[in-house]
Every structure is written in C-alpha cells, then in structure tokens.
Design a protein around this ligand. Structure first.
Ligand code: ADP
Ligand code: NI
Length: 218
C-alpha cells in the first residue's frame, strides 16, 4: 500500500472510532492536531511526514483516561491497526513509541521525547490544549466528569508523579495551573513556541477575568 493510502485509511479509522466522543478528545481534536503537526513540520523543514501523520492520527485512539488508567492501551491499539495495514515494523515501533511518550504526566514530572517526529506531534497536541480551544476543551472535560468548574477552597497541586496526576479529581480551574499554564515552556519546536505565546496570553486573560467575576469585581 502507498503511504498516502495508509494515511487515508488511518484517518477514516480515527474518525470512525472517535467520532462521537464527548470529552474533548473527539475526531475534531485529532484533525486539529494532525493539521498543527503538518504545519509545524513544514516550518521545521521536514518533508517526510509519514510517521508524524500516523502518530498524530492515532495518538488518542485509546487514551488511558478512558481505559482504567491502562497506559499501554493506546500504543497497543495503534500497533494492532498498523499491523493490519502491514506497515513496516520500524515505523510501527516509532509511531507507538511517540504515542507512549506523548502525554503530560504532572507538573513536576519530566518527560523526554527522543525523536524530532515525536517532538512535533507532542507540540501539535499541546497547542490544542491551550488558547480558546484549550479553554473550551477543559470545561468540556470537567463537565463530562461532573466536576465543579471552580472551588476557591481547593488550591492547585503540582503533581510529582504520573500516578498522583492521574488520580486527581480536582475542580476544572485548577487544571490551568496544574497543566495548561506550564505547556508554553515545554514546547519543543520554535514554531510551536511562537504559536503558544499568543494562546497562553489569551488563557491568562481569561482566568484573570474569570476570577474577577467570581469575586464580583469585573
Ligand atoms: P495529553 O494529550 O497531554 O495526554 P490529556 O489527554 O490528559 O493531555 O488532556 C487533554 C485535554 O483534556 C486537556 O488539555 C484538558 O483540556 C482536558 N483535561 C484533561 N484532564 C483534565 C482535568 N483534570 N480537568 C480538566 N480538563 C482536563
Ligand atoms: Ni490529544
């Protein structure tokens, strides 16, 4: 099969699998990440985007958050799919390794992404977590989980392990401090850093306004 055909089939598979998802990890998130990734790759001068595109399309195919915390569910599901298309073993290893290492794991947890392709997909995913869309996704997720949008009595926690981050049940506004405001500094590529600046600023303004309104000041 040609690379274009494998990408097209994988796109359809992601669409069919995640189409009706309601927590902010739906097909449209995948499409935005895919587009972000292609855009960053172009800026970074990368011409072969095969692995980047497959990893972007499959990165949320079976997220641990919706599979009882099983971190291998994503890489495993992606591998099964790519094997069914007879993708070369080397590329399957690369794509599944990117998916395994992609996630944010807590404010005080350092993660490494060994390849340029992985760095690009990670930046593309993280750009979709910030800015106006990031705000919308975060409250969508909180609503999906039945959480309070804010509770001034519960301060944010800078998690020092993935386990602690995963078991967090806090109100939604804390997510801005526990993850979203930290992403700008963690972008790998110059292109993503540039886009993140403006999106970060927009989120800061939003949270300031939110807190002023909460106190009846705005
Ligand atoms: P990553 O792609 O880094 O693994 P996640 O899948 O954990 O990120 O999160 C993606 C998005 O889902 C977040 O950016 C946020 O919008 C939403 N989300 C995840 N966890 C929470 C949470 N505890 N509270 C509110 N929103 C969340
Ligand atoms: Ni994602």
């Amino acid at each position: 099969m040609f690379k274009e055909e494998i990408i097209a089939k994988t796109m359809q598979y992601a669409k069919d699998t995640l189409g009706g998802e309601g927590s902010g990890h739906d097909w449209w998130h995948i499409e935005r990440v895919w587009n972000n990734a292609k855009h960053i790759a172009e800026k970074e001068g990368i011409t072969d985007t095969y692995v980047i595109e497959l990893a972007a399309l499959l990165h949320d195919i079976a997220d641990w958050k919706f599979h009882n915390g099983d971190e291998e569910a994503g890489p495993r599901t992606a591998r099964t799919w790519l094997e069914s298309l007879e993708v070369e073993e080397e590329n399957i290893d690369h794509v599944t390794d990117i998916i395994r290492k992609l996630s944010f794991k807590g404010a005080q947890v350092t993660t490494t992404m060994p390849t340029k392709e992985g760095m690009i997909v990670q930046d593309a995913d993280r750009l979709d977590a910030i800015g106006a869309i990031g705000i919308a996704r975060t409250f969508t997720y909180g609503g999906h989980k039945g959480r309070e949008m804010y509770n001034p009595n519960i301060p944010p926690v800078m998690h020092n392990s993935f386990e602690a981050y995963k078991s967090n049940q806090s109100h939604t506004l804390n997510h801005f401090y526990e993850k979203l405001f930290l992403l700008k500094e963690r972008m790998n590529t110059e292109a993503a850093k540039h886009i993140a600046e403006q999106r970060h600023h927009y989120m800061e303004t939003f949270v300031q306004q939110f807190l002023s309104e909460w106190e009846g000041k705005a």
